[in-house]
Every structure is written in C-alpha cells, then in structure tokens.
Design a binder for this molecule. Structure first.
Ligand SMILES: Nc1ncnc2c1ncn2[C@@H]1O[C@H](COP(=O)(O)OP(=O)(O)OP(=O)(O)O)[C@@H](O)[C@H]1O
Ligand SMILES: [Mg+2]
Length: 236
C-alpha cells in the first residue's frame, strides 16, 4: 500500500527551487533512505512531506488511510535544540501537539502512551530529567519516543545518528530497525551510506542528479557508485 507518492515534485523556498522533479513512492513497511550532498534539499524535502513547507510544484499524494498529523518526525538537531530546557516527559509529550491542536492539555491516554514510549526507548526513570543534561544518544532516544507519539505508522528521521559515537549510533539504528520490523515505515535522511545500504530497501538520492529505486539498483548505478566510492563517503 502506497503511503506517500510524490509526482514531479519540486521543492524550495519563495520560488527558489532547491530540488526539481522528484518522483517516488513510499510503501507501507519501507525503510526509505534519502541521501545526497550537504544543501541538496534533504531536510527541505522532509519538511515538505510533513506539510510544513508548500511544494513549489508537483503533487504529494498521501494514501493508505494515512493522515499528515500521523507522521512522526525527528528533526535534524541544532545546537539550540540540544539545549532545550524541558523535562524528558515534556519533550516526549510534545509529540502529541499536532494532534491536540489548540487543546491546552494532554489527555490521560496521551500521558499513558508517552510513558509507554519512554519505556520502549529504555528511558524509564528519566522522565523528570532535564533534556539538555542528557547525552547525545539519550537525547536521540527521547526524540524517537516523541516521534512515536504522533504515530506508529510512519516516521521521518532527519539524520538520527549525527553527533553520536559509533556504539550509540549502532544502538539507535537497532531501535529504528526494530520499529521497522514491527511495521513502522521509516523515512530517514542520512549521511551514513553504510547504514543506508545495510538497512534500507529503497534509496532516494537527490541533488543535481536524482535516483530513486531499490538499494541494489542504487549500488549498481553510476550515481550511487560515484557517491559511495568517490565522495565524502569514500571510506564506507
Ligand atoms: N528556511 C530557509 N529559507 C531559505 N532557504 C533555505 C531555508 N532552509 C534551507 N534553505 C536552503 O535550501 C537548500 C537546501 O537546504 P537543506 O537544509 O534542505 O539541505 P540538506 O540536504 O538537508 O543539507 P544537510 O546535509 O547539510 O543537512 C540550501 O541551499 C539551504 O541554504
Ligand atoms: Mg539537512
């Protein structure tokens, strides 16, 4: 079942096009990796899929009964976000904001679900801790718990392991893979081509050239080979 289909999609800001003419489909259960150089438009694409930015042209069709507000999102981290002065519990609960709309409180069910997501991410006992005092890996797990509040159907992750040491990065990939095995569709932006090739079934490469297809076709394509062997990912 197709959850998201983009047809001739062009994205950007105030009519300044960042990336043009993308065509791809995200099916239920996919592990969909978005790769490309810095500034290619990966984060812009994520925000466009979420409806935070309007497409410049083309179409995004949401299907399979999915609603936009049911898309979980882990934004690319900035230094300011790492310094966010709120408790773990508050950060996780904020994952429900899209669903609560103007309602100024969280329901009992939402609080229970937040608690269960905190447990699922191995953060029991951390509820009252201040988010900014946690390690990078713990912060990523808090953000995964937050993204899970929006949905179990589909998650958009923007560089989920950036800044993490290899061990914690591997643990984070394990958590994401487990969510995917349990049925959550994963769309992830990554600079880590090794992980994209290990976990993803589909790859979208954006930039001056665009590739969309299976990871096997990507590894065989010129664009994939160039990016894997000659670019910043020479060591993969
Ligand atoms: N709010 C904004 N307004 C105008 N231009 C923007 C805005 N955000 C990003 N851009 C520009 O859009 C282009 C794509 O940025 P984007 O953040 O999507 O790239 P990216 O592929 O995610 O890069 P990175 O790998 O560094 O995270 C860049 O040229 C950037 O300067
Ligand atoms: Mg980005």
């Amino acid at each position: 079942m197709t959850q998201i289909e983009c047809k001739n999609l062009s994205i950007g800001y105030d009519n300044a096009v960042v990336c043009e003419n993308m065509n791809f489909k995200v099916e239920r259960g996919d592990y969909f990796a978005i790769v490309g150089e810095n500034g290619a438009g990966k984060s812009t694409l994520m925000k466009t899929l979420l409806g935070l930015i309007r497409p410049i042209s083309g179409e995004i069709v949401i299907g399979d009964g999915l609603k936009r507000k049911e898309i979980g999102y882990l934004p690319q981290q900035t230094a300011a976000q790492k310094d966010f002065p709120a408790s773990v519990c508050e950060v996780v609960l904020s994952g429900f904001l899209a669903a609560t709309g103007l309602r100024p409180f969280y329901s009992k069910e939402e609080k229970a679900k937040a608690k269960s997501n905190i447990e699922k991410m191995g953060l029991s006992g951390f509820e009252k801790r201040c988010y900014r005092e946690l390690s990078g890996g713990q912060q990523q797990r808090v953000l995964l718990a937050r993204a899970l509040c929006a949905t179990k159907k589909i998650m958009l992750l923007d560089e989920p392991v950036s800044g993490l040491d290899p061990k914690v990065a591997a643990e984070t990939y394990d958590i994401v893979e487990k969510l995917n095995r349990e049925g959550t569709t994963i769309i992830t932006v990554t600079h880590d081509l090794g992980s994209a090739i290990k976990y993803a079934n589909k790859i979208l490469h954006i930039g001056s050239e665009i590739f969309y297809g299976s990871k096997y076709d990507y590894m065989m394509s010129n664009i994939g080979k160039n990016f894997i062997y000659h670019g910043e990912n020479r060591n993969v």
